[in-house]
Design a protein around this ligand. Structure first.
Ligand SMILES: [Zn+2]
Length: 91
């Protein structure tokens, strides 16, 4: 099953790869590995529908603080008062 043949953005060749995806909701973050078609030219990631569908459920659970299916792997931070002005808080 190949949902995509070419990159939808630039028309470049794509390759099926396992990538890290970051999902956010309610100030929380989940990192997970999923399969995606990755453009070898521009780096665009294309996700199949079966991969995308759970993303919204995961974001919804994060917003509702339902962490049943998640496990902690460390703390998340944003910066405050970083001396270099190019670095800004994510909030
Ligand atoms: Zn591309």
């Amino acid at each position: 099953m190949k949902p995509f043949e070419k990159c939808l953005v630039c028309g470049g060749d794509i390759e099926n790869k396992r990538v890290e995806k970051i999902l956010r909701g309610g100030g929380h973050t989940v990192a997970l590995k999923v399969w995606a078609e990755v453009c070898l030219h521009c780096g665009e990631r294309l996700y199949s529908e079966e991969v995308v569908k759970p993303f919204e459920k995961i974001r919804d659970k994060l917003r509702k603080q339902e962490f049943t299916h998640f496990t902690g792997i460390g703390q998340s931070f944003t910066v405050k008062d970083w001396p270099d002005k190019a670095i800004q808080t994510s909030a």
